[in-house]
Design a binder for this molecule. Structure first.
Ligand SMILES: NC(=O)c1ccc[n+]([C@@H]2O[C@H](COP(=O)([O-])OP(=O)(O)OC[C@H]3O[C@@H](n4cnc5c(N)ncnc54)[C@H](O)[C@@H]3O)[C@@H](O)[C@H]2O)c1
Length: 268
């Protein structure tokens, strides 16, 4: 299929908009930071990994913090507003899925459960809570929650990640409904497998790269910039009638459903 612009290039003008991305130092979050910065936005990257800040290009501001901690969330939002004067877009992206989380529920470590709820669910709400206070003053804003294909359907060995990601979908709908009349849109993106440190670390648990790629009708796993492109569209005026809903960016993975494993693609 021919494309009118080079792959990965950014078609939006976000000059003058202020964007905060959690977990923006690596993986999908980094691609989202880069895409917004390339399109002219003032970008704040909030990440627990302060070491990664040195790799960020000039033009992306860094705030160290843990999204499961309300003070850190409040601090990051205040930094964005004090530094750039507003907050137009929040991308709730920081989440964890360590290899040790691939375990059946009866063996699942409760401390890890609490941590995953704290980051992957509560963290999204805490950051949104403080972002919304600013967006309500402005009468506008967009919140994009990064959910997952695992929010929609499930498999063995993911008793925490999937159910908690499913909660991201209801956070999106509930906040979207609550704040629609205040000029604030809330949407989510559910990626399929995307090549990031999170996925690289769990390739073994997911059956290896070839099998993972094969589960996607497009025959490959995705790139972080392909998720970023969807986020930029959803955050743009082109998506002005889109709220309280989710977009799967998954190479068709979701359409395979239960048939993914027994019926691999013919060229596998
Ligand atoms: N990679 C995939 O295939 C995939 C698929 C579906 C959904 N997702 C979702 O996409 C998002 C990004 O995933 P990724 O693959 O880029 O992950 P990643 O592990 O590669 O990067 C996550 C980033 O978040 C940061 N982070 C982790 N915990 C944090 C915390 N408590 N506070 C602040 N920052 C924190 C990390 O330091 C890192 O920079 C997540 O919400 C994930 O669930 C990823």
């Amino acid at each position: 299929m021919k494309n009118s612009r080079p792959k990965g290039s950014v078609a939006y003008n976000n000059a003058g908009r202020v964007v905060l991305v959690s977990g923006g130092a690596g993986g999908i979050g980094r691609a989202i930071c880069d895409a917004f910065a390339t399109s002219g936005a003032d970008v704040v990257c909030l990440d627990i990994n302060a070491d990664a800040a040195v790799d960020l290009p000039e033009g992306i501001a860094f705030v160290a913090g843990d999204t499961s901690q309300e003070d850190d969330c409040r601090n990051a939002i205040e930094f964005a507003v004090q530094t750039f004067g507003a907050l137009d877009v929040l991308v709730n992206n920081a989440a964890i899925q360590p290899p040790s989380s691939y375990a059946p529920l009866h063996e699942f470590p409760t401390e890890l459960w609490d941590r995953m709820v704290g980051v992957n669910f509560t963290g999204y709400s805490l950051l949104a809570k403080h972002a919304l206070r600013q967006m309500l003053k402005q009468d506008n804003g967009v919140i994009v929650n990064i959910a997952s294909g695992q929010a929609h359907r499930t498999t063995r060995g993911v008793p925490a990640y999937g159910p908690i990601k499913a909660a991201n979908l209801l956070q999106t709908r509930q906040w979207g409904v609550e704040y629609a009349r205040e000029g604030i849109r809330v949407v989510s993106v559910s990626p399929g497998a995307i090549r990031t440190p999170l996925v690289e670390a769990t390739l073994h648990e997911q059956g290896g790269e070839a099998q993972l790629a094969n589960r996607h009708p497009l025959g490959r796993i995705g790139r972080p910039d392909e998720v970023a492109a969807a986020v930029l569209w959803l955050a743009s005026e082109d998506a002005s009638f889109v709220t309280a809903t989710d977009l799967e960016v998954d190479g068709g993975l979701g359409a395979f459903g239960a048939f993914a494993d027994p019926y691999p693609m013919p060229d596998s």
